[in-house]
Design a binder for this molecule. Structure first.
Ligand SMILES: NC(=O)c1ccc[n+]([C@@H]2O[C@H](COP(=O)([O-])OP(=O)(O)OC[C@H]3O[C@@H](n4cnc5c(N)ncnc54)[C@H](O)[C@@H]3O)[C@@H](O)[C@H]2O)c1
Length: 278
């Protein structure tokens, strides 16, 4: 999607981190914005950073709820009559061994990271197809969607799901005429609020992994040490949208990790630990 001026961007998780940076870049490209997040305060802070005159509306949305995402889609069409660039970006992370991960961990993280994307696709794609206008969907996965990281199985399962969903969707939308493109974003660690995801954990999923702390400390340190910023990742993402690129791997080292995993599979050997730990 080359021409963005005047087009409509929908961004979930717009109240922090990457979603905020994508919002700023879309505003700088003179797009009209529909910004969603479960965190109303975060959304207000994002709006305060937008250039004067940016056409936008915000909506408090829990992406794990189908009806809330459908209401976001309806509001977008009511306000603007269109949606061109949809970022299914909201996400949360938990850590800890698979066997002590709680059902609340699984239900919360899969609900937001995977079902959030499912809801975005189900709500927006039919209307985008119906409009006949060019469009693009960007699903935020992770390098954790292309590798298997000890202590992160809940998160990895959710992000592997987003990668394969996006690949299937790409094929289907090509068969449907190719007017709507798809990208799947697979960054390694970068500094945002993701290590503090517990701030968004709903009371109904309060039972957290009792052995999550050690892994969570490692993840927090890796995020703090992230070489690229959220602004860098947003920049690379927008370039990929303009170029119509499907896989977005902003971190160079990611390619080697993916290659090793593929080689492990093809040679039917035990998986290499991407962290190099035992
Ligand atoms: N930061 C990293 O190292 C990293 C690496 C790879 C992928 N990602 C992915 O990037 C995306 C953005 O995360 P971030 O790193 O900017 O973290 P962040 O915590 O700064 O931003 C995530 C946003 O999602 C919102 N959110 C959480 N639950 C929600 C829900 N149920 N409904 C709607 N909004 C909700 C949060 O309020 C927050 O504003 C996520 O999908 C994350 O998994 C992050």
């Amino acid at each position: 999607m080359n021409e963005l001026t005047g087009k409509v961007a929908v961004i979930t998780g717009a109240g922090s981190g990457l979603g905020r940076e994508l919002s700023l870049l879309c505003a700088q490209a003179d797009m009209r914005l529909a910004l969603a997040d479960v965190d109303a305060q975060g959304l207000a802070e994002t709006v305060a950073l937008l250039p004067d005159g940016t056409e936008q509306f915000t909506r408090q949305v829990d992406v794990s709820k189908a009806e809330a995402v459908q209401a976001l889609c309806d509001a977008t069409y009511d306000n603007y009559g269109a949606a061109h660039l949809v970022f299914n970006n909201a996400g949360v992370a938990v850590s800890g061994p698979t066997w002590t991960s709680t059902l609340d961990d699984w239900n919360w993280v899969l609900g937001v990271n995977l079902m959030g994307v499912v809801h975005g696709v189900k709500s927006f794609v039919p209307r985008m197809l119906e409009s006949g206008e060019p469009g693009h969907i960007v699903n935020t996965a992770s390098l954790a969607g292309l590798s298997s990281v000890p202590g992160s199985s809940v998160y990895c399962v959710s992000k592997h799901g987003v990668v394969t969903l996006s690949e299937c969707l790409h094929h289907e939308l090509q068969a449907a005429g190719g007017a709507i493109g798809v990208s799947v974003l697979c960054p390694a660690f970068f500094k945002t609020g993701i290590a503090d995801s517990e701030r968004n954990r709903p009371a109904e999923y309060a039972d957290a992994n009792p052995q999550g702390e050690e892994y969570a400390k490692f993840v927090k340190a890796a995020i703090e040490a992230g070489r690229l910023s959220a602004a860098d990742i947003a920049q690379v993402t927008m370039e990929a949208v303009r170029d119509g690129r499907f896989y977005i791997l902003p971190h160079g080292g990611a390619v080697r990790q993916v290659e090793t995993r593929m080689q492990d599979i093809l040679e039917q050997r035990a998986p290499t630990n991407p962290l190099g730990t035992r």
